[in-house]
Design a protein around this ligand. Structure first.
Ligand SMILES: [Zn+2]
Length: 595
């Protein structure tokens, strides 16, 4: 007989799951080996040539069930990405087949990184992960601008060295992006380790007649380079002396920008053919991208605000030095607005990543950022973050409930196929996922697309629960020999059908969440659900103890038939973002949208 579902209280279930080997570091149980390899085959077929490691171990349901066929192999449509230079969505064709060189401008580490940085690095992490999923060998380079006016100023204010300040905030940045589950790039160069490459590049620019030296400073001559502004599409008179370009009478032309700055008293400096000094801002990325990726590479990314002047100047420098230099696709992410206003330190509507993840789970922040297409502006608000938090809670709770049920199923090697209805859902989801992601990373549609599968999981869980109760009742009746000849009405689905459906649906969800970087990597689901609850309490300014008391008070009121009182407690909690649910084992709570 199939049925072996002991009814366990929720607390026991939670304890079971905490010890469950769902971490990607855990070796899969032998019974899961077939599952993992079959998943790999399915994905391989979808994404030749090689399958990256992101998909394998984390995607398997942690139950020793027989493998449902996960999804029909569907080839990913050709990848199209929006190129800021041509202002068109273009077919992505890497320079070398199967390989991608990608450079993304990094932070200037003089303070904690803000949500604008989170926006950019999550956006390019999604691209990095998807390229890897498609089978590309990606060389992802993201730099640190560890010498700059702002760093020097802040270090002097703090009375610490430039190196100590920048190293400290590099570590803080790395901690933040790790929380957001951004994969580390292949290379994370620091400017101060590449001064010789910067000097070589400036030398080449001067040699080709595009740079000039004035009193130990070196400038790029914009007038000497007719291609200037081909990326931003700006007009030259927009760059005349004004807010962005400081007026300097020693320059030949106002828009000329610094390649090398002569040493000033009390500032770090390096020897150069033009005297001691330090690099200008823009030259570093030209030098480091060429050093790691060559003069021609595939993707150069950053925030929209970098198009001008930073990327415009980078393009000019690289091509002025080496005319063959070329970036195949320039990609830029949109801004962050705070409550519909541009984020700015001056109007004090400025949030660091650290500020946000104190109150919201980092995966909720990641989900929130991905809910807007990378090219559009994101509107940051408490409301939007709360909605994102609830959405991820719902996703993880559904997967957790599914894991619990599937893991209780002891029967192995069942030959029952995944029911046609769910198999179709999985296949369609897989296909839609690939179509959306290959169409310039339409993450909004991708994230919304999970809902149908999650609903199907919950409906299978409910149906299975009802079916179990019914079968249990029938069994009892038979034992009592009251209706031995009772004709059993055959339900449409047997328990094993539901189990196979659940395993297939949750595999698909986990698999795709992993590709997107939204499947928890360092903690089991039960722990992440707890973390989400802790953040919700923190936002509401409540403690778990106080909440327990309220639950007790409500229970007492109900027992005394004081329903107005018990209802008021429930309402008050709902207004604070806490929902109460009465279950057979007692009242439990979960975060919810404030009522
Ligand atoms: Zn840069």
């Amino acid at each position: 007989m199939f049925l072996r579902f002991p009814v366990l209280p929720r607390s026991l279930l939670a304890a079971r799951v905490l010890g469950f080997p769902s971490s990607p570091m855990s070796a899969p149980a032998p019974a899961m080996a077939t599952l993992v390899s079959n998943l790999t085959v399915a994905e391989d077929a979808a994404a030749a040539p090689a399958l990256p490691s992101v998909t394998a171990p984390t995607t398997a349901p942690p139950a020793a069930t027989a493998l449902p066929s996960v999804s029909a192999p569907t080839t990913a449509p050709p990848l199209h990405l929006f190129n800021s230079k041509t202002k068109k969505k273009e077919l992505f064709v890497p320079r070398v087949e199967g390989k991608v060189g990608m450079y993304v401008c990094g932070v200037t580490p003089y303070d904690f990184s803000h949500v604008g940085h989170a926006r950019a690095y999550v956006a390019f992490d999604v691209l990095y992960r998807y390229l890897k999923f498609l089978g590309y060998e990606v060389n992802y380079v993201r730099n640190f601008t560890d010498i700059d006016d702002k760093i020097i100023k802040r270090a002097n204010q703090n009375g610490e060295t430039v190196t100590s300040l920048s190293s400290r905030f590099i570590n803080e940045f790395l901690a933040d992006v790790a929380e957001l589950q951004c994969l580390p790039p292949n290379e994370e160069p620091r400017v101060t380790d590449h001064i010789e490459h910067i000097i070589e590049l400036i030398t080449e620019i001067i040699k080709n007649g595009h740079g000039y030296v004035v009193d130990g400073d070196v400038y790029f001559s914009v007038a000497s380079f007719p291609e200037y502004l081909s990326l931003s599409g700006r007009k030259l008179d927009q760059n005349r002396a004004g807010s962005r370009v400081a007026v300097d009478p020693r320059k030949r032309d106002d828009p000329d920008f610094a390649l090398w700055k002569a040493a000033k008293e009390g500032e770090p400096s390096w020897e150069s053919p033009w005297g001691n000094g330090r690099p200008g801002w823009h030259i570093e990325c030209s030098a480091m991208s060429a050093h790691y990726l060559g003069h021609v590479f595939d993707i150069h990314g950053g925030g929209q605000d970098l198009i001008f002047p930073h990327h415009e100047n980078e393009l000019a420098q690289s091509r002025a030095a080496y005319p063959e230099s070329e970036v195949k696709c320039w990609m830029h992410n949109g801004f962050i607005n705070i409550d519909d206003q541009k984020m700015s330190k001056s109007v004090n509507n400025f949030f660091t990543i650290r500020d946000v993840i104190t109150l919201y789970h980092p995966l909720a922040l990641r989900f929130f950022l991905m809910r807007t297409h990378y090219k559009s502006d994101v509107n940051h608000s408490d409301k939007a973050l709360e909605i994102a938090s609830n959405r991820v809670y719902y996703i993880y709770q559904t997967l957790y409930d599914c894991d619990e049920t599937v893991s209780l199923y002891r029967e192995e090697n069942t030959s029952v196929p995944v029911p046609a209805e769910e198999q179709k859902l999985v296949d369609n989801h897989h296909k839609a996922f690939l179509e959306c992601m290959s169409d310039d990373l339409r993450t909004t549609d991708v994230l919304d697309g999970f809902m149908e599968l999650l609903k199907a999981i919950n409906s299978n869980l409910n149906d299975l629960k009802k079916l179990q109760q019914k079968l249990e009742q029938q069994k009892k009746k038979q034992q009592q020999q009251k209706k031995q000849q009772q004709k059993q009405q055959k339900p449409q689905k047997q328990p094993e059908d539901h189990i196979q459906a659940l395993a297939a649906l949750s595999s698909e969800v986990k698999n795709k969440l992993s590709i997107l970087g939204l499947m928890p990597q360092s903690s089991p689901l039960a722990e992440v659900l707890e973390q989400l609850k802790v953040k919700a309490l923190k936002r509401a300014g409540l403690t778990e103890e106080w909440l327990r008391e309220q639950i007790e008070l409500r229970l007492a009121a109900r027992n005394n038939k004081q329903f107005a009182v018990s209802d008021q407690i429930r309402k008050d909690l709902a207004s604070k973002g806490i929902a109460l649910m009465d279950e057979p084992t007692g009242t439990v709570w979960r975060p919810c949208e404030r009522e």
